[in-house]
Every structure is written in C-alpha cells, then in structure tokens.
Write a protein that binds this ligand. Sequence first.
Ligand code: GAP
Length: 476
Amino acid sequence: MANDNKLQNIIAHCKEYGFIFQSSEIYDGLQAVYDYGQYGSELKKNIRDYWWKSMVQMNDNIVGIDAAIFMHPTVWKASGHVDNFSDPMIDNKDSQKRYRVDHLIEGHAETLPKEDGDALLAKMDQLLAVNDFAGLKQLIEDNKIKCAIGGTSNWTDVRQFNLMFSTEMGSVADEANVVYLRPETAQGIFVNFLNVQKTGRMKIPFGIAQTGKAFRNEIVARGFIFRMREFEQMEMQFFVRPGTQKEWYEHWKEARMKWHLSLGIPQEHYRFHDHVKLAHYADAACDIEYDFPMGFKEVEGIHSRTDYDLSQHQQHSGKKLTYFDTELNQHYVPYVIETSIGLDRAVMMVLSEAYAEEDLGTEEKKDDRVVLRFPPMLAPIKLAILPLTKKDGLPDIARDLMNECRPEFKCFYEEKDTIGKRYRRMDAIGTPFCVTIDHQTKEDQTVTIRYRDSMQQERISISAVKQLVLDKIKAF
Ligand code: GAP
C-alpha cells in the first residue's frame, strides 16, 4: 500500500468505524480540529492511562497534577510565549493565502536540485536566526517563489504571528482581561513546583506529570490529527540538581524510548533526532520520531530546559522558587528535564502501526479484511461476546459472561449477523478476543475463543475467559 493511500485509508477507516470525526462536520467542519468517537475516545484514554501508569504509578518520585487551562497572563510573558511563540508569516495578496515563511521556502527548496535547495535552506536558516524579515521577503522574491493557489508572487511583508489563542476573562472586554488558552501544559507544572514540592515533601530529583489540552493557532495544520489547533499533551517535568542535568537527560531519553518500544512498535520505526540548533533556554534537546505514513516525524520531545522556566517565574512573580538541598546544605533553583508527548500524535502513531489491509483470499474465493492490530492493553474493546443464535438460551449465557467481565475491562455484546461478519467488524475496531457461545456451551461450559491477529480459534472453559483476557491486557 502506498503511504499516501495508507494515510487516506486510515482517515476513512477512523470515520467509518467511530474513531475520529472532523469537528462540527455537519457545518462542513472546523479545520484542524477533530472529535474522538466511541472507539477513538477509548483508544485515546487507554494510551493516556498507560502513560500515566508508566510515569506516575510506576515511579516513586513522580506525582501527577491537573492544572487549569487558564493561567495568569504574566505566566505567558515569563515563559516567553507572548514575545517568542510566533512564526514569521507571509500572505499572498492575490489569493489571500497565508504561509509560514519556512514552509513556503522549504516547499520551493524541494523542487530544486539538491545542492541549490540546501543552499537556499542554509540562507533561510541564517535569516530566521536573526529575525531578518526583510531579508526573508527578499529571498522569496529573488527565488521567484509563487503561491501554490494563485500562482503569483504578489507577497505582503513578512510578519510575526503569535500562535496563542486569547480570550477575555470576566464580563468586561478590555485588554487587562485578556487571558490565553495554554499552548503547552508545562507551565501549569512550573508554577506549581513549590506547592507540590512542599505539600508532597518531595526530594530532588523528582517529577511532576500532567495530561491535558493545549491550543495553538497553527497556520499550516495538516496531516489529520498530527497537527491540530486543539490537542492534548502528556508532559513530565523532572527537577534535578544543577550539574546533573546531562545524566538525567540521557536517562529520560532511554526511558522514553523504552516506553515507545513497550507498545510493541519495532525499533526501526523510531529514531532520535538530536537538535543542533537549541532554543535559548535549552542545553540539550531531541525528538523521538516515528515513521508515520508521511515519513519520520516528531511524536515526543525531550528537553533539558536548564533553570530557565523557574528562574523566569521567580523573576516575574517576585516569589522565590528555590529548593533547599539538605545533602548539599544549599538553596538553588532546580534544573529541569522535560518529556513532552502529544497524545493525539501517539494515537495516530498507534493507529498507523496497527492498521493492516490483508488479503485472505484463495484461488476459489476472494476474501480480505482490514484489521487494527492494537496491543491488547490499548484496544478500545478487549472482548466481544457473541451468542451464535438469538435462541435456545445462548444470549442468557452470553449476558452472564458480560456481567462477569465488564467490571474488569470493556466488553462488547452482539447477536446480529453471521458470526463471520461479526468477527470482521471486531477486527476493524481492533478487538483482540472474541468468544462465541454455541450449543456445545450448554453441554460442557466451553466457548470458542478467536484471536484477532492469527484468526485461530480454540475451545476453552467459559470460566477461564476472564482471566485469559486479564493476563493478555496486563501492562505491567
Ligand atoms: N512543553 C514543550 C512543548 O510543548 P513541543 O515540541 O512544542 O514542546 C510537544 O510539543 C509535543 O506536543 C510534540 O512532540 C507533539 O507530539 C505535540 N504537539 C505539538 N504541537 C501539536 C499540534 N499542533 N497538534 C498535535 N500535537 C502537537
């Protein structure tokens, strides 16, 4: 399957089977905003829960919080988002289409012979590094870069465009009431550093984790749920003694890659991308990239953020954000290693990895299926319970099994259609186990269990079903 097709097929499959819908679809949709349907929301929740368990439950020295989306506006001044969280943009006056300057130039560079393209990108990087907007416009004009929609080179000046959404808090719309929708969850952790450290009597090194919505007014928002305007992050800030940040950075790089591999995704589908050009507050940074249908792209960032954020908040709030290290008998502002993964990107990664179109045909008979090979612990539905017929008391036995299993994991009951069709529907939503209750069940209390990936079936005791599924979906 060509990768372009694969992405389109995944998008169509997600809609058809209740995973992901375009937001406000009946009004023609809202660009780069998506809703999760009945199976998508289960999948997303399972990934979030697995992350939370791995970070918070499995580590003595990491605790979780749930900070508000709205924060004091000075938070975003201190964090640098008001002044720096922007991209240089340019508009085409004829088509009214707005472009991120780097994307426009990169797109053009791809059409050039490699050497020329590289030279153009090197020039662009130099100009971006010093915010030389006039120089960037000149570069676009010199290279006769055209708008993909209008086909003209009638450009506005290059301007900065802040990616934060703002709104007003309270009843009066005035500038003093402007608040932002958070563009990252991390700042909710930084401003609560002392609250958590003191109330939890946390000793460095320790971490604070949280998951939650973040909002960015992305200009170029494409790639399905890869780049959205409303999305969810799972972030952890790990506070360490100054001077030890390098070793903790390496620790978290390795630990996070292990987490990714524990999803059953092979190593060759991942790679690290170490940043050469570092943000002004970072002393090391890398991305974990996954081989999406569009190629290798960032799914998670690991950043050694020095003491920048806490120092900035200390300065802007006038409140001390230091820690007293009893071993060193010394106060200091801790250094921070951050792990930051987009939950929606993780959903897209798991979907891309799981999606398979299989030809099961023989010479005599055509047959195929679409199957989502999710790791059982992440599957939206763990077990389908299917009475062979609607008669002879089989549904009652099936209902009893449902009642036994549903407190432990998500089950699905279905009695309509042939068993083959029901299996295929379960394959399409990634249900790892189906059990069929038939007439033999009444005689010997056994059921047929059918495994999604191998499609093999075996008879087991009905009393063994719950434990079998529990064993397979165990994460730790
Ligand atoms: N606190 C650090 C931070 O926010 P980031 O690299 O800007 O760093 C972290 O974002 C992660 O959030 C990314 O690796 C990506 O998975 C996810 N992310 C960022 N922007 C996104 C968007 N517009 N849509 C979906 N996910 C996004």
